[in-house]
Write a protein that binds this ligand. Structure first.
Ligand code: TRP
Length: 72
């Protein structure tokens, strides 16, 4: 699957879950932070600007590689 068509889903299981986008390229830094409250869902892709995502807080993450949950 072309990575541009692929997406992942993050569902917050508590208030204040942070979804942080990290830049693609030689310099890896935070460029976007999204706060989700309990039950909120974010659907996102990796793009030319975003190469990695950090999830902080209790959440379920679904990707084409499977489903996982973060610890509290
Ligand atoms: N403007 C960002 C981009 O196109 C938005 C984005 C895409 C994003 N995927 C993300 C932000 C994942 C946070 C997490 O790269």
């Amino acid at each position: 699957m072309n990575s541009k068509d692929d997406f992942f889903v993050i569902k917050a299981e508590e208030d204040g879950v942070n979804v942080i986008g990290l830049t693609r390229g030689t310099d890896t830094r935070f460029h976007h932070s999204e706060k989700l409250d309990k039950g909120e869902v974010m659907i996102a892709q990796f793009t030319e600007h975003t190469s990695a995502v950090k999830v902080r807080g209790k959440a379920v993450i679904q990707t084409s590689h499977g489903e996982l949950r973060t610890e509290e």
